[in-house]
Design a protein around this ligand. Structure first.
Ligand code: 5GP
Ligand code: ZN
Length: 113
């Protein structure tokens, strides 16, 4: 996707703080963290949102979740963490490339809103 910021981060066209990457997923720190630990996990291929996923993406979605779990442990989130997938305009999704927020180390006013 030509004008997708997350595609540009995943392809290294734009530098970012990489947490992890493999053949299919990419993880990086959120630029505007809402918790002391806040990173995103995205598929390397462009998928606009969860609603665009099909059965073909089952393995990819499972891999994203298990990657989030593994990275949460590596980031010291042994007391727990929050995973959020904002979907569509009513879901508050601002970047139209599927992403999981992983947030932790925030005990006050949690969950927000
Ligand atoms: P959404 O509201 O779509 O669920 O979340 C998008 C997230 O992407 C926001 O938390 C925002 O801070 C983050 N974000 C947007 N643009 C960039 C960027 O260029 N780099 C990084 N690292 N994070 C970004
Ligand atoms: Zn994209």
């Amino acid at each position: 996707m030509d004008n997708c910021i997350f595609c540009k981060l995943a392809s290294k066209e734009i530098p970012t703080n990489v947490v992890y990457e493999d053949d299919t997923v990419f993880s990086f720190l959120d630029a505007d963290p809402q918790a002391p630990v806040h990173f995103l996990v995205i598929p390397k291929k462009h998928v606009s949102c969860l609603d665009e996923c099909t059965e073909e993406d089952q393995e990819l979605l499972g891999h994203m979740l298990l990657t989030a779990k593994k990275l949460a442990a590596e980031q010291g989130l042994e007391n727990g963490y929050r995973i959020v997938i904002n979907t569509g305009d009513d879901g508050g999704q601002t970047v139209k490339h599927l992403h999981m927020h992983v947030m932790g180390k925030r005990s006050m006013n949690w969950p927000p809103g």
